[in-house]
Design a protein around this ligand. Structure first.
Ligand code: BGC
Length: 383
């Protein structure tokens, strides 16, 4: 049943684009014709709904500019994604937009470089590679800061004291995804001072930053999989958190936030009052929970804008523009966040879009922006 619902949501969200192209990609669109250059779009998975929207928007934005586009989803499997990238190269793709799964993608990016095919790392940095030059994403440190600020406001931490502390437990995203480190460090840049003053007590592992690799691994959620987060939350509730009442949970995205809330809701201790839970992605199901007070906040990253920005960048790269500029995006190096573009082998040009904070006060914003489809509005009671 769950699977059928998810499939339905995915189809509704992607609208006609997925129907037109087929989930495992399809031929180029009507625009551009058979001679138009091909852009290969390799998205990581469909478990987190945003990637379906990213894929559909990227394809539409490419075709709008007269290119052919082929869209592939890697189903959470880097071996599969590398095969898909190989196929795109064989078909003669002139540029690739890649939302990676892990650094195993580097060998496929090396193949692209050998064929003189430019690669744009999309949303997630491609680590351990010196074979590409461009990265487009949101300000991921700020995403984390917004999550930390949400918890700070929701718990009224400015008034909390060591004598009457608040209790929090911490979750991070996948350790295979460079973004997860920035999200966490952004959030903890807001929360650490309260931990240090004693006003906020961490239940379970406490990596002060993501550089504490051992503890970060303990709170990380491999592959961003909701079942892993749910089980870890259940274990915390019957383990480290047994003798306290949690006031907040730092959750790195909406899919994990809902899995965590599901686990907490099953514990009688939280029947009347759920902890403050953060999120990210402005998924319709989480907007519904923000509307009714179950999830405290999310971060809205308009993937339609990211896809448009990526194609503005792609178009300039394909036209040989030496220093592409992307309206609405800032270069990470210009705001002291050069490390966002650090692959470990080189620092690529990283273009950053601005994420938006969403709470009960403005939960309609992603709907008004057209990010949530009318079908999602109806299915999630977001009228
Ligand atoms: C993205 C998030 C997403 C997560 C899981 C991250 O790289 O930036 O928007 O929730 O991956 O797919």
């Amino acid at each position: 049943m769950k699977k059928i619902c998810l499939a339905l949501i995915i189809l509704l969200a992607a609208g006609s684009f997925v129907f037109a192209s087929g989930q495992q990609g399809g031929s180029g669109g009507a625009a551009g014709g058979a001679q138009a250059p091909l852009i290969g779009l390799a998205m990581p998975e469909t478990t987190v709904l945003r990637w379906v929207k990213d894929g559909a928007s990227l394809k539409a934005e490419a075709e709008k500019r007269g290119y052919r586009a082929e869209l592939q989803f890697g189903n959470g499997d880097q071996v599969l994604q590398n095969q898909q990238i190989g196929n795109l190269l064989t078909q003669g793709a002139k540029l690739l937009v890649i939302g990676q799964l892990n650094d195993g993608v580097a060998s496929a990016v090396a193949d692209a470089a050998r064929d003189n095919v430019a690669v744009i790392a999309y949303d997630r940095i491609i680590q351990n590679s010196a074979d590409y030059d461009y990265y487009i994403t949101f300000n991921n440190f700020k995403v984390g800061q917004l999550q930390g600020q949400g918890i700070e406001a929701g718990l009224n931490l400015k008034s909390a004291t060591a004598a009457n502390p608040k209790y929090i437990t911490l979750f991070a995203g996948s350790p295979t995804d460079g973004n997860a480190f920035f999200f966490y460090d952004g959030a903890m840049s807001i929360l650490n001072p309260y931990v240090q003053s004693g006003a906020l007590k961490v239940v379970g592992p406490y990596p002060e930053t993501s550089k504490d690799t051992a503890n970060f691994q303990r709170i990380a959620t491999e592959g961003w999989l909701p079942n892993i987060a749910k089980t870890r939350m259940e274990n915390l509730l019957s383990g480290d958190a047994r003798s306290v009442t949690l006031d907040a949970v730092l959750a790195p995205n909406d899919t994990l936030a809902r899995a965590i809330i599901e686990a907490v809701s099953a514990d009688a201790k939280y029947t009347n009052k759920l902890p403050i839970v953060s999120g990210q992605d402005a998924e319709a199901a989480s907007l519904a929970m923000i509307k009714n007070g179950q999830q405290y906040m999310t971060v809205f990253k308009d993937t339609a804008k990211l896809a448009e920005a990526a194609m503005i960048l792609a178009d300039q790269i394909l036209k040989g523009v030496a220093n592409p500029s992307v309206p609405g995006a800032v270069l990470a190096s210009s705001i002291g966040l050069e490390s966002i573009g650090d692959t470990g082998r080189k620092v690529v040009k990283a273009y950053l879009l601005d994420p938006i904070n969403i709470t009960q006060a403005n939960w309609r914003d992603p709907i008004n922006a057209g990010f949530i489809t009318p079908e999602e509005v109806t299915a999630n009671n977001l009228q």
